[in-house]
Design a protein around this ligand. Structure first.
Ligand SMILES: *Cc1c(COP(=O)(O)O)cnc(C)c1O
Ligand SMILES: [Zn+2]
Length: 426
């Protein structure tokens, strides 16, 4: 049965329009489309992207104005595609940019920062940014049911933010996700569907379901809005560096959207005069068992060859990445590069970040740290320039990756002799 788009809460508001988003625009042929649940060009099948009125934004969005606002993604709201006051994810974003001196020393570099979305609100990954924008838009468009195809963190965020927004949720995941990621969706009581296949199978199924049921699939039919949320990660890096873009950014890649949007964020800040210029090189970080984008970059071929993923970094296990080509293009345009790391290096990367900076990242973070290490050792990233590494998710969700690699506590009897004998070795 095909359900109609339900529009129960069309916002009636006296507030002035917040959005400076003009329309959707095809990335390839530049045709315009209305701001609806559309994502692909009818003429050339290109991706649709949100188009803004940058001249108007330039008049209102200044450094001073931004600094007066709440510490969340909506401080950049003119550059996000929500027309009225946002209703979902009001506390997402504005995570710490940590000056990582201990890790810098270990890696032999001068100026290193960790952009730490392992503590993003409310589900401890950068997906809370994209979901806040997607669900605010879905509510605005009148949807009462939201859905997604997920490698884990997106499922968590749509489940949680959708619960808080009172939305019905159908969440689709591959059957073999980490138990922490499954539980961290189930707790919010969505309709959680585990599909017997990998992410690319889940995504294909969801595209079919999205054609039949008029739900807001955050990363399918409202993907143009969803994807814009990632820009906030880039805006924050620049603001937190004192309104300066870093020289190097290492980004974990799944669909390629985050990397593409950090790059877009820098261009937008330049376009509206928030920064004068930037000279930033972008680097894609992927695990050996799923590296279609990094492989294309390293081999210098713009054809992204789909793969069958097999890696412990399940949040990055997308074998046929929707934005793979655009991520490739951004890296090449920036003069950056890519790394591919083994599962063993991923585990060592997680442990290194925890040991040096006290930050427990998920497997995707291990990919980023190991990739940064490799790129520095290869001399691709110079040791005396500013480097930001993107930590996008929390290690408590992927405990099985390191469970047998962290040792065990020392067991003692409840007395001082036992303590001195077994702990101090006296
Ligand atoms: C989804 C995800 C990514 C990659 O996101 P894309 O925008 O699809 O490339 C990176 N890290 C974590 C932890 C994620 O969940
Ligand atoms: Zn087109």
């Amino acid at each position: 049965m095909i359900s109609e788009i339900h529009r129960p809460h069309q916002p009636i508001t006296e507030e002035k329009e917040l959005s400076y988003a003009k329309a959707l625009k095809c990335r390839e042929c530049h045709r315009h489309y209305p701001k609806e649940a559309l994502y692909v060009c009818e003429f050339c099948f290109g991706q649709l992207e949100v188009d803004y009125d940058y001249d108007a934004i330039k008049q209102v969005l200044t450094r001073e104005e931004i600094q007066k606002r709440g510490r969340n993604i909506w401080r950049y709201r003119e550059l996000l595609p929500v027309d009225n006051a946002p209703t979902v994810g009001l506390n997402a974003g504005f995570t710490p940019l940590v000056r990582a001196n201990n890790l810098a020393k270990e890696l032999g570099v001068k100026e290193l920062y960790v952009k730490d979305d392992s503590v993003c609100h409310p589900t401890l990954s950068f997906k809370d940014r994209v979901v806040s924008v997607a669900l605010s838009k879905a509510v605005e468009l009148g949807f009462d049911t939201v859905s997604c195809a997920s490698t884990g963190n997106l499922a968590n965020s749509v489940s949680a933010n959708g619960a808080a927004a009172g939305l019905q949720r159908y969440i689709f995941i591959p059957h073999d996700l980490e138990s922490g990621k499954v539980l961290a969706s189930l707790i919010y009581a969505p309709n959680l569907v585990a599909v017997n296949g990998n992410y690319d199978d889940v995504n294909r199924l969801c595209s079919e379901i999205a054609n039949k049921y008029k739900w807001a699939f955050v990363n399918i039919n409202i993907r143009p809005y969803y994807a814009e949320g990632s820009k906030s990660y880039g805006f924050e890096i620049i603001e937190q560096l004192g309104w300066k873009a870093p020289q190097h950014v290492v980004v974990p890649v799944a669909s390629g959207s985050l990397l593409t949007k950090i790059w877009k964020a820098m261009h937008e800040f330049k376009k509206i005069g928030i920064i004068d210029d930037f000279d930033t090189k972008m680097y894609a970080a992927q695990p050996e068992g799923c590296s279609p984008v990094s492989t294309a970059i390293i081999n210098d071929t713009e054809v992204i060859k789909p793969v069958k993923p097999k890696t412990i970094a399940k949040s990055l296990a997308i074998g046929n990445p929707a934005d793979g080509f655009y991520a490739y293009e951004a890296v090449k345009a920036s003069g950056g590069g890519a790394a591919i790391v083994t599962d063993e290096e991923v585990i060592e990367g997680i442990k290194l970040l925890a040991r040096t900076e006290g930050i427990f990242a998920e497997t995707a973070g291990g990919v980023t740290v190991a990739s940064a290490k490799k790129l520095i050792e290869q001399g691709v990233i110079p040791r005396d320039e500013s480097i930001v590494i993107c930590i996008t998710g929390n290690g408590l969700k992927t405990q099985e990756a390191v469970a047998d690699r962290v040792g065990a506590p020392t067991h003692i009897q409840p007395n001082i002799q036992s303590f001195e004998e077994l702990v101090l070795g006296k």
